[in-house]
Design a protein around this ligand. Structure first.
Ligand code: WT7
Length: 630
């Protein structure tokens, strides 16, 4: 861990170096990895294409940097601690050596099923070690994995199977959610009524009944029989795609964010070690799901590349009771704990009684990710979980950025509640006004852009490079646009203010308003809808839908419930609107554009000042909507 920052002046020194000599800065860090062939040039780029290549012509395999590079040094060290949903069930601990053999064996099984370099493999699994094994096995043979969060519906899964052109799906029989069993394989079956893959491999978890289609479906425990538990990792080019991860944008169709191999590897390891100040032997726990980028970069790749012990938790924060997180921290003596503001706020609502029985002295660092953390939640987390002695790292980043870009370095960067503080080395931020002029100096507010490439940045959107250019590189010329608003205060500290586009952040999950509208519009009695976010105490933002319906067939209550179910079916329960208001019309401009600004005000309940309404086609509509708000 020689690239470790130890002091604040060390941080400023490294940051400066990363800006003045970015190529030699990243070359130094990349040199500590195992390359089958070293790169010819560190970076080639333009943001016009965009066309970004890191470690050009380097050859490597990311799993060799997790296993072969380290097995002699610490093969017996624990790689994964798995905590099951049911507190009484046995914990699984898997050493680096054991993980290596399981990854090799499963990757050999994938090869036997005809899966090759470049093929897309969907992973639709619960939080069990096999999910991480599945990802690493794909990486081992060069198949491109695309993990789909197991809370997404069959419909959403179908879309991702088709868009990625997946050859195989790796899944499980079922999933535990509290004391419920959810059929995961059944959802895959439903998804495959409208899409096609050659192979489905099913890991047994709940033991519930499943239907297996002969020739297509196989049991995980059967396909590994007779497969060798070692192999040679496939040689990959630095820029070969490692994975696709779908995320929401401002149009209805999810975007397949593509990450490549070498840059992602270098950046996730570097940021993991520095941000969390991880030391060998520490137990690190990130509560995210592997279906999101946080799970990819900071449960699986970053920690395992660092030889860390990473805890994987199958359950939910409130099962069997709201003390579960704290019980797990005590049980496994967790040193670094990384979670989302929405979880903190949800647990805060239970007060401090659920914390009292547990010893949290092992904690050294707390992390926050996914949405702005409000000051109150920050203080509660700091005082009651961190016992006023653990630094909080408020980490700002995105699916597209691959790794953390703005964050304190634990214990080194002085923190301020609700501030992500300063950019990590290599990250050149710009705050711009609506015309794209960069706002320099402190005490400014605007849209957050990035001026220079970093190794783990998005390379393209799967199958649609034009949309990648359009979404991220066209709003402001020569810059990557994040979609977030930001403030730089008098100290030069960054505070993320939230999305400035039609994306809302519900419990740290990113939702496109257009995506939710499309789902609502699937209900046969819906004529038109408009969705906005509004402040929600626990979720950060809630989903508020204004819907015009044919009211002649149902009561309002029935209709509202049916619409919620429709959304749940089309996207998944996470996208269910919190509030639905049936309206007779939507506020539109003369050119037919919905004035969301007005709807946001109504949803927030701040209707005394509606701002400029002079462009409205029919102001009467707004009066009716305000009256109809309950
Ligand atoms: C959006 C990205 C990063 C992994 C999880 C979410 C918001 C993320 C923070 C933070 C304020 C944050 C932004 C960003 N966000 N982290 N620390 N403070 N906002 O990844 O689903 O790609 O969403 O989440 O709005 O653009 P994602």
């Amino acid at each position: 861990m020689s690239d470790r920052i130890h002091t604040l002046s060390g941080y400023f020194y490294e940051y400066q170096k990363s800006v003045t000599e970015p190529e030699s800065f990243w070359a130094r860090i990349a040199d500590s990895f195992h390359w089958k062939k070293r790169w010819d040039k560190v970076l080639k780029w333009d943001f016009e294409g965009p066309n970004v290549k890191w470690f050009v012509n380097g050859k490597l395999n990311i799993t060799e940097n997790i296993f072969e590079k380290n097995l002699f040094a610490f093969g017996d060290r624990t790689a994964i601690i798995w905590e099951p949903s049911e507190p009484g069930e046995d914990v699984r601990t898997i050493s680096y050596k054991e993980l290596y053999h399981q990854v090799c064996q499963f990757s050999n099984a994938l090869k036997s099923k005809g899966i090759q370099k470049g093929d897309r493999v969907i992973i639709y699994m619960p939080m069990i070690p096999e999910a991480a094994i599945a990802m690493l096995a794909c990486a081992r043979i060069g198949a491109i994995h695309s993990v789909v969060f197991a809370g997404f519906s069959a419909n959403a899964l179908t879309d991702r199977i088709i868009d990625s052109g997946a050859k195989a799906i790796l899944t499980s029989d079922g999933n535990y959610r509290g004391n419920k069993k959810i059929g995961i394989k059944a959802i895959v079956d439903e998804a495959l009524e409208k899409a096609d893959v050659e192979t489905v491999i099913v890991c047994q978890r709940t033991g519930q009944d499943v239907t297996m289609k002969a020739g297509r479906d196989h049991w995980w425990h059967e396909v590994i029989v007779g497969e060798k538990d070692s192999n040679v990792a496939k040689e990959m080019d630095s820029e070969d795609p490692l994975f696709i991860l779908y995320t929401s944008g401002s149009t209805g169709k999810p975007k397949g964010v593509v990450h490549s191999t070498a840059g992602y590897m270098v950046y996730t390891k570097y940021t993991f070690e520095n941000v969390f100040q991880y030391s060998p032997g520490d137990v690190y726990w990130c509560t995210a799901d592997i279906g999101w980028i946080t799970g990819h970069s900071y449960i699986v790749y970053g920690p395992l590349l660092s030889g860390a012990t990473t805890l994987m938790f199958e359950g939910v924060p409130t099962y069997p009771d709201p003390g579960r997180f704290w019980a797990v921290i005590e049980k496994h003596k967790v040193n670094q704990f990384y979670t989302a503001p929405t979880a903190i706020r949800a647990l805060q609502a239970y007060g401090t009684d659920p914390i009292a029985p547990y010893n949290l002295d092992s904690l050294k660092v707390l992390g926050s990710v996914g949405e702005p953390i409000n000051e109150e939640a920050w203080r509660w987390y700091y005082n009651h979980i961190g016992q006023s002695r653990c630094p909080i790292v408020d980490t700002w980043w995105q699916t597209e950025t691959g790794g953390i870009l703005v964050s304190p370095i634990a214990g080194i960067t002085p923190t301020k509640p609700a501030f992500a503080t300063l950019p990590l080395p290599g990250i050149q931020l710009a705050i711009v006004d609506p015309e794209g002029n960069e706002l320099t100096g402190n005490s400014v507010e605007g849209n957050l852009c990035i001026k220079y490439p970093w190794p783990s940045m998005i390379r393209t959107l799967w199958g649609d490079h034009g949309r990648c250019k359009e979404t991220y590189f066209s709003t402001y010329k020569g810059m990557y646009f994040t979609g977030d608003g930001v403030k730089r205060d008098h100290d030069g500290y960054y505070r993320i203010l939230g999305r400035v586009d039609d994306v809302i952040n519900v419990s740290g999950h990113r939702m496109g308003t257009a995506e939710v509208e499309n789902a609502i519009n699937e209900h046969p009695l819906v004529i038109e809808s408009a969705v906005v976010g509004y402040p929600h105490e626990v979720k950060g933002q809630g989903i508020y839908a204004f819907v015009i319906c044919d009211m002649s067939h149902r009561t309002e209550e029935n209709l509202i419930n049916e619409i919620k179910e429709t959304v749940s079916k089309i996207i998944g329960p996470i996208a269910k609107p919190d509030k639905i208001q049936i309206v007779s019309g939507l506020p539109k401009t003369r050119s037919g554009k919905i004035m969301r600004r007005i709807l946001r005000k109504v949803a927030e309940g701040s209707t005394d000042n509606m701002g400029d309404t002079s462009t409205l086609l029919d102001p009467e509509v707004v009066t009716k909507i305000i009256e109809g708000r309950k």
